[in-house]
Design a protein around this ligand. Structure first.
Ligand code: F6P
Length: 373
């Protein structure tokens, strides 16, 4: 009789809605379709390095489909190749990949499914080379992971940000104010662009298009001249002025990408007030968009990803990440995903839609064409 396969699963990097839906699908598919057993590591790669895990069965994943966060916990500071250890109030970094491999072997695992973003996938490539049978599942509210058209978590974040923009809209209108809403997304503008369009933003600023403050003020004044006494500006946290820099909120010493962005909207707000003399207010949504229940779209995508990941394990197609191309599930080699990101292309449909519907992207059309060519 063939040996029962045993798989490990972990959730790494910043959390997002839908992580639990993937875990549920992994466990159910493993048990129902393949008679495999599953264990879950706590807090991302940290759990595998430190041998901290729990058995996952159908009971442990019951009722978690709609729950935000992750029942396993997560960490964006647990790179096994640069593992932080606190020594006398100071972090030192050790390569703990050998401990990870030892624990994987000791537990008799046949495969490891990692659910994460670029940090998690970048470590996954080198771990394949150390003999771990890796499968990746792409998550992030930023939607910036290379190799897939869509990460789960993005749709939920767009829905939450859109709801917030709708609410800001009514108070903007009532007070005749310029209202700026800043959303996360790191170096990619997907979240700002999608929620800005869905929420009817008048101006949308994304990292891919460095803005011109005069073009922004021009749009606000143009609106005022036709009786629109308020304006909604949606800003991605990575937005920057032409020739300027992104605003760094803080540095996280022991994180694979130490930079944490945030606060550009305050700068923009001050400049708008000074240049237009219009009252301006700023709301930074921050981690709010990472919380809460996944949308139906994300529940479905996360479930499809989880089932597909286990199918890849059963077919021994290791070293791949499940991905979405159009509406089809495909797999992409982890080596292709590692260290890359996916930004909003300037010729993308969403950019065209913004322009056709009169949304300003913070630059003149001529400038945008120049950037696109
Ligand atoms: O990658 C997801 C994300 O939420 C980014 O949009 C944001 O820049 C970052 O994580 C925030 O990280 P942290 O949770 O460490 O503050």
């Amino acid at each position: 009789m063939a040996k029962q396969m045993r798989i490990g699963v972990l959730t790494g990097g910043g959390d997002c809605p839908g992580l639990n839906a993937v875990l549920r699908a992994v466990v159910k598919t493993a048990i129902n379709d393949y008679d495999m057993s599953v264990i879950g590591f706590k807090d991302g790669y940290e759990g595998l390095v430190l041998d901290n895990y729990i058995a996952l069965d159908k009971d442990s994943v019951s009722g978690i489909l709609s729950r935000g966060g992750t029942i396993l916990g997560t960490s964006n500071r647990a790179d096994p190749f640069k593992f932080p250890i606190l020594q006398k109030d100071k972090y030192v970094y050790l390569d703990r990949s050998a401990d990870l491999v030892n624990n994987y072997q000791k537990l008799g695992l046949d495969s490891l499914i990692v659910i994460g973003g670029d940090g998690t996938m970048s470590a996954a490539g080198p771990l394949c080379d150390l003999g771990i049978n890796m499968i990746g599942v792409p998550k992030t509210i930023d939607n910036d992971l290379y190799g897939t058209d869509r990460t789960f978590g993005f749709d939920s974040a767009v829905a939450t940000a859109t709801e917030a923009i709708d609410k800001i809209h009514t108070t903007a209108q009532a007070h005749h104010r310029v209202m700026i809403i800043e959303v996360m997304g790191r170096y990619a503008g997907w979240l700002a662009l999608a929620s800005g369009l869905a929420g009817g933003g008048d101006i949308i600023l994304i990292p891919e298009i460095p803005y011109d403050i005069d073009a922004i003020c021009e749009k606000i004044k143009e609106r005022k001249s036709i009786g629109r006494n308020f304006s909604i500006i949606v800003v991605g946290e990575g937005a920057k002025p032409e020739g300027g820099e992104m605003v760094i909120k803080r540095m996280i010493e022991n994180s694979p990408d130490a930079i944490r962005l945030g606060g550009i909207s305050r700068l923009i707000g001050e400049q708008i007030e000074e240049l237009t003399k219009l009252e301006t207010r700023v709301t930074i949504l921050g981690h709010l968009v990472r919380g809460g229940s996944p949308t139906a779209f994300d529940r479905l995508l996360a479930t499809r990803y989880g089932c597909e990941a286990v199918r890849l394990v059963s077919e021994k197609k290791f070293g791949n990440m499940v991905a979405l191309k159009g509406d089809d599930l495909v797999s992409v080699p982890l080596s292709e995903v590692s260290g890359k990101s996916r930004n909003v292309p300037l010729d993308s449909d969403l950019i065209k839609v913004a322009l056709s519907t009169g949304v300003s992207l913070g630059v003149t059309r001529e400038k945008l064409e120049e950037l696109a060519n």
